[in-house]
Design a protein around this ligand. Sequence first.
Ligand code: NAD
Length: 292
Amino acid sequence: LPEQEAFDIEYWLLEEAKLQRMPAPKSMAGRVALVTGGAGGIGAATAERYLREGACVMLADIDDAALAETFEGLSAKFSTDVVRTVNMNVTDESAVASAYSDIVAEFGGVDILVSNAGIASSAPIQETSLDLWNKNMSILSTGYFLVSREAFKLFKVQDMGGAIVFVASKNGLAASPNASAYCTAKASEIHLARCLALEGASMGVRVNVVNPDAVLKGSKIWQGEWLDQRADTYGTDKDGLEEMYRDRSMLKRSVLPEDIAEAAYFLASDLSAKSTGNIINVDAGNKEAFTR
Ligand code: NAD
């Protein structure tokens, strides 16, 4: 090779190598996400996943102490510029509207909603009080409606599309013993997501669902009454329960908050640009679904 040409080739190789060493561009850079139940296990893990991809995140929750703790952890890892918190009860119409005003004031808009705030509380049907039924319905069903409605209002004004991810539950598709209120509320979330996918399509708004199986690690749900309420069916030994869920999965693995966050990342990012009205079950492979 003539001397000059050889030099050009080496220079080109150097540039290629440099490119390969450069970190991949952050796929959510400039996006803004509102994560309800953001102080909890799955919500906080999802917020962290989005922050890693360059998003700004507003954590909305009713638990101020947990919000402060999650904020401290995430802002230390990323920056105080990209994380905010708001006390918002998803059942309170005006609190939801005011949280959206806050996020617009802080970050200039919203691109992604993760509707995740939730509880799990149930009983055999003959012992299910109207209060217990309404509690499940108001937080899970009505709460998901209220936060989605505000997101739709904003998405319409912004005219830039948007992505909504519902964290529902495999119990929204499959019946679970002594949990009719929870299962019915979760089923309504899934159907709401499908209706909203249909309504949002012409606006470029995608709405999808992640259905976790039991996520025991980091979840306040499994530290509360849910475990006791299900003692007759599953016992109260949390480690034993984790083992039971692991064993009954095809992959023989526990489902972690980070696994749900990964699906919520896929569904909120451009990786799933052609998906709407769909469900991802994150259950390590549910044998029951195959043997029924
Ligand atoms: P978690 O209790 O750790 O987190 C839920 C968060 O929601 C909490 O921080 C709580 O304070 C908040 N919250 C509750 N009521 C609220 C309200 N009215 N307004 C605003 N925030 C409220 O539980 P998690 O396991 O992270 O659950 C997150 C979601 O995943 C829930 O919707 C739950 O039903 C669903 N899910 C969980 C599991 C599981 O096994 N952990 C399985 C299937 C589905």
